[in-house]
Ligand binder design. Structure first.
Ligand SMILES: NC(=O)C1=CN([C@@H]2O[C@H](COP(=O)(O)OP(=O)(O)OC[C@H]3O[C@@H](n4cnc5c(N)ncnc54)[C@H](OP(=O)(O)O)[C@@H]3O)[C@@H](O)[C@H]2O)C=CC1
Ligand SMILES: CCCCCCCCCCCCCCCC(=O)[C@@H](N)CO
Length: 297
């Protein structure tokens, strides 16, 4: 009996997998696309920018430190595949003032055209025992990792909706899937991104905008080295069971997921969220019809 059920589940999953290309969106062509990468001056973000540049994209790097931005720009430029490509640097704190973020995104769009893909990678981590982490760090984590992803997304979404195309990417963490010793301040800010991404995806699907979330493991970056300075032994031992990745490797997977694959889990979600999506679509069509009718009157 159990075997029959198992076989049925396997067959179902295989079927979903086979038809997933039919119901996935068309892959995004990075050649000539404008990609904004927050946190693009270091670590994973810089590698994502380089990966996109290798596919012919135009890049806007967003971070605070101008010196690091200029250095990163040089590295990204080395990955060019044609002489038309441009790397633009913008220095701004993504977590402080929404109006400021909106205005720099506008500047970037004026220079390099509408944003085709936004990569929210700016972030920072802290590890430590709950009662030893300074209280204001809890707020800081939510500001940088969560609001620092909300603001750039808000700033690009209107144009994406108008153009009926776009990709939004959030960089969460394995610590955004499960809460681990030492991450009481960091994990919640990464869990929050998942809630944001899922709700946003349901709103954006009728506009042909796709949202992805990456959950990388420990990755060898300047940010990781910084975090290790205060990491409790327990956190170190737990993390070691999963190992450390290279940022280039993480960047490849993350970019591929955002532009091509919608993944098996996405396919399953497409089914079980299908009825919600059809409500959203119906409302959108109705709203547009009544808008058109108002105009005619
Ligand atoms: N490395 C790892 O082990 C893992 C990292 N991640 C996540 O990946 C992302 C990148 O991490 P990683 O590459 O290690 O980090 P790095 O510290 O190496 O790089 C962080 C980048 O974000 C920018 N940044 C930080 N705060 C702000 C801010 N307030 N406004 C604008 N830019 C900001 C930094 O530039 P500047 O300081 O000049 O502003 C820098 O470009 C983070 O969100 C992190 O949580 C997820 C899983 C594992
Ligand atoms: C389906 C559920 C999968 C869960 C796997 C659990 C593996 C345990 C090890 C986790 C290592 C900690 C990662 C944190 C990385 C991070 O975000 C910081 N390094 C940032 O600097």
């Amino acid at each position: 009996m159990l075997l029959v059920v198992a076989a049925f589940i396997v067959a179902f999953v295989l079927l979903l997998y086979m038809i997933s290309p039919l119901i996935s969106p068309k892959p995004l062509k990075l050649n000539g696309a404008h990609v904004v990468v927050t946190g693009g001056s270091s670590g994973i973000g810089k590698c994502i920018a380089m990966e996109c540049y290798k596919h012919g994209a135009f890049i806007t790097l967003v971070a605070r430190d101008e010196h690091k931005l200029v250095q990163a720009k040089k590295e990204v430029e080395k990955c060019a595949i044609n002489d038309k490509q441009v790397v633009l640097c913008i220095s701004v704190d993504v977590s402080k003032d929404y109006n400021q973020v909106e205005s720099v995104i506008k500047q970037a769009q004026e220079k390099l055209g509408p944003v085709d893909m936004l990569v929210n990678c700016a972030g920072t981590s802290i590890s430590g025992k709950f009662e030893e982490v300074e209280v204001d760090r809890f707020k800081k984590m939510m500001e940088v990792n969560y609001l620092g992803s909300v603001y750039p997304t808000r700033a690009v979404i209107t144009t994406m909706k108008e153009r009926r195309m776009g990709r939004i990417m959030f960089v969460s963490s394995q610590a955004g899937l499960i809460g681990l010793f030492g991450y009481t301040a960091y994990s919640p800010s990464k869990f929050a991104l998942r809630g944001l991404a899922e709700a946003l995806q349901m709103e954006m699907k009728p506009y042909n905008i796709y949202v992805t979330v990456a959950y990388p493991p420990d990755t060898d970056t300047p940010g990781f080295a910084e975090e290790n300075k205060t990491k409790p032994l327990e956190t170190k031992l737990i993390s070691e069971t999963a190992g450390v990745c290279q940022p280039e490797q993480v960047a490849k997977v993350v970019v591929k997921d955002a532009i091509v694959t919608m993944g098996l889990f996405r396919t399953i979600a497409l089914f079980y969220l299908g009825s919600f999506d059809s409500i959203v679509r119906r409302c959108m069509i109705q709203r547009e019809q009544s808008k058109a009718a108002d105009k005619r009157e």
